[in-house]
Design a protein around this ligand. Structure first.
Ligand code: AMP
Ligand code: TRP
Length: 333
């Protein structure tokens, strides 16, 4: 395996909320798969404790944890190359979360964009403490493993900045405990909602606005064919004035590991429908093998549970050593 030395240890997490869509795949999961080839020490977590910051149906959450694991494996996350585990099963995450909480100025949490938007839309009563302190749990996830690099979407950069600040403040007080983690930013822009290209593709909202990784070829065709573009019947890239077609161009480029310029050149003189049809073919070719693998894994839950069990053991081995050191420096050993 070729190892890029600059990535000492990679850690990332994904929430088991609903089933992943094409945005999650191109924006996050696919880069996780690629990073396994560039680093020998890779840890990926299904962050179920994070999912609990908003109300969850217990049976649904249980299914979501397994389905997300199946999805990660089907997309190519390889348990022989990466540690894959369920966050709540490694108890040191919450221990470190508390220790870091005690060093987190609330003024820093007040300014987190995600808190500001999510707390405004909280369903009942005042927003819960967990939603407020969520970035501290994310910092604990990363620092517990002394990760050097963290692949994240741009929406998580602010949380990673807080993680870096907390690591520095902890180190200042207790000596050099944590490396300062750096982000690895993907190069895929946010995929847009197919029906409302001014919004991003997300797990919530109308199904017709996203491509789910489980969508059949027929559904993919319908969704892409009906995706909102504009009255200009040509393939060009201009996200500000032509968000719909630009989103399809971006998706096409991302699937082909190409650039929007190359896609526009390839489709110059062609019509919108030509791009849509080719995009359907490309999506089907990408997703069918993943779906086959997902079906296979769904019929072998013992294997999936074993992956999580082994992952928990491997993650715990690292977490216990690091947490013991942290307890000692803090004075609670
Ligand atoms: P979420 O579905 O919000 O839990 O997102 C998990 C990760 O998937 C995010 O951190 C992003 O990296 C990625 N992601 C989510 N939605 C999109 C999107 N529309 N386009 C690209 N990446 C996305
Ligand atoms: N907050 C991230 C998200 O919503 C998920 C996450 C939790 C994470 N802990 C993490 C990502 C640690 C990277 C590293 O997408």
């Amino acid at each position: 395996m070729s190892t890029v030395a600059k990535f000492k240890r990679i850690f990332s997490g994904i929430q088991p909320t609903g089933f992943p869509h094409l945005g999650n795949y191109l924006g996050a999961i696919r880069s996780w798969v690629k990073l396994q080839e560039q680093c020998d020490d890779v840890i990926y977590s299904v962050v179920d404790l994070h999912a609990l910051t908003v109300p969850q149906d217990p049976l649904q959450l249980r299914d979501n944890i397994r389905n997300l694991t199946i999805c990660l494996l089907a997309c190519g996350v390889d348990p022989d190359k990466s540690i894959v585990f369920q966050q709540s099963k490694v108890l040191q995450h919450t221990g470190l979360y508390w220790l870091l909480s005690c060093r987190t100025p609330s003024s820093k949490l007040n300014t987190q964009t995600q808190w500001k938007t999510k707390s405004r839309t909280a369903q009942v009563g005042t927003p819960p403490l967990g939603l407020y302190s969520y970035p501290v749990l994310m910092a604990a996830d990363i620092l517990l493993y002394k990760a050097s690099h963290v692949p994240v979407g741009d929406d998580q950069i602010q949380h990673l900045e807080l993680t870096r600040d907390l690591a520095k403040s902890f180190n200042k007080l207790y000596g050099n405990v944590f490396p300062i983690p750096r982000p690895i930013l993907g190069n895929v822009p946010r995929l847009r909602n197919l029906r409302y290209p001014d919004q991003k593709m997300s797990k919530s909202g109308e199904d017709s606005g996203r491509i789910n990784l489980t969508d059949s070829p027929d559904i993919i065709r319908k969704k892409i064919r009906r995706s909102v573009t504009d009255s200009i019947n040509a393939v060009t890239y201009d996200p500000a004035s032509r968000p719909g077609i630009s989103n399809l161009v971006e998706t096409y480029a991302a699937l082909q590991d190409s650039t929007v310029e190359k896609v526009c050149t390839a489709f110059s003189g062609k019509q919108t429908v030509d791009l849509k049809d080719k995009l359907v073919d490309l999506l089907v070719a990408h997703l069918i093998p993943i779906q086959r693998k997902m079906d296979q894994l769904s019929n072998d839950m013992t294997y999936v549970d074993n992956v999580l069990y082994d992952g928990c053991n491997k993650a715990s081995n690292i977490a216990v050593v690091n947490y013991t050191e942290i307890e000692a420096v803090v004075g609670i050993s």
